[in-house]
Ligand binder design. Structure first.
Ligand code: SF4
Ligand code: SF4
Length: 271
């Protein structure tokens, strides 16, 4: 896959990347200087998205050692000390936050707010962070925390700059998003910026916004994108089994009739 990344972005595999991520209200820019400082926070998620990151087998060591500095994270660095989020949290250029946030969990609430203060960019990492995904079904009552009942997407609590959707996000989209940030490729990242506060989380949204409006071309992309096989194509149109839908929003994100960035796709495939 790194060959594809190199082709897309024209970068050397071994050359250390130098960049400085800058965030200003309403716009994002990255200027070449140093390796960006990356953090990873795991709130109410399953770690599936960071597992997906590690599935970038052929570029992982280059990505983590030459291209970025991982400065904070329970899973990715051993420096993190449980319970000391405020004192220990360093400044970050980009912080990935995986999982939705439990309103009854003070630790999570403080940690994401601290992350916002310490990060130039915050990325909702995966569908739970972006739109709640299956934590939308949470209703409490389970041991050992029966009062943990309310889970909200990240953007309900803090400003989110970009989202990397999926349940989990695909390894390729994670790697390419990081490389795009490093290379200041805002063109590639624009869709991720556009869906930072996406509330389209359900197959029903696809039904309402695409199928019912006669926009569906019957391409079947939504059925392929669905991680739970909740979509069948029948007579050229998607039929959504709401009992199987986990509200990840992948069908909405992947449907070419919800958005279609022709210029970006041409650039990606050198057309
Ligand atoms: S229909 Fe499938 S892809 Fe769409 S939101 Fe539900 S689970 Fe996700
Ligand atoms: S991805 Fe969109 S256009 Fe394609 S079949 Fe699904 S709803 Fe229709």
């Amino acid at each position: 896959m790194f060959e594809k990344l190199k082709k897309s972005f024209g970068k050397s595999e071994t050359k250390p990347v130098e960049s400085e991520v800058k965030y200003e209200e309403g716009q994002v820019s990255v200027k070449p200087t140093n390796k960006p400082k990356i953090g990873y926070i795991h709130v109410s998620g399953c770690t599936g998205d960071v597992m997906s990151l590690t599935e970038n087998y052929d570029i992982l060591s280059t990505l983590l050692s030459d291209m970025v500095d991982i400065v904070y994270g329970q899973t990715l660095v051993d420096k993190w000390i449980h319970g000391t989020y405020a004192e220990e949290m360093p400044d970050m250029d980009l912080c990935f936050i995986e999982g939705s946030v439990c309103l009854q969990d003070e630790h999570s609430l403080i940690e994401v707010q601290e992350a916002r203060k310490h990060s130039k960019l915050v990325a909702a990492f995966g569908s739970c962070a972006m739109n709640g995904c299956f934590t939308r079904f949470s209703r409490g009552g389970q041991q050992a925390q029966p009062k943990h009942e309310s889970f909200v997407p990240l953007s309900d609590l803090i400003k989110v700059d970009l989202a990397i959707p999926g349940c989990p996000a695909s390894p390729e989209i994670i790697a390419k998003s990081v490389v795009a940030l490093i290379n200041n490729d805002m063109d590639y990242l624009q869709p991720a910026l556009d869906i930072a506060n996406c509330n389209l989380a359900c197959g029903c949204d696809l039904q309402t916004n695409v199928i019912n409006k006669a926009l569906c071309t019957g391409c079947g992309t939504c059925a392929l994108a669905c991680p739970t096989k909740a979509i069948d194509m029948i007579e050229g149109r998607p039929i959504i089994n709401t009992n199987r839908c986990i509200k990840c929003g992948s069908c909405n994100v992947h449907c070419p009739r919800t958005w279609f960035p022709l210029d970006k796709i041409k650039k990606e495939f050198n057309l």
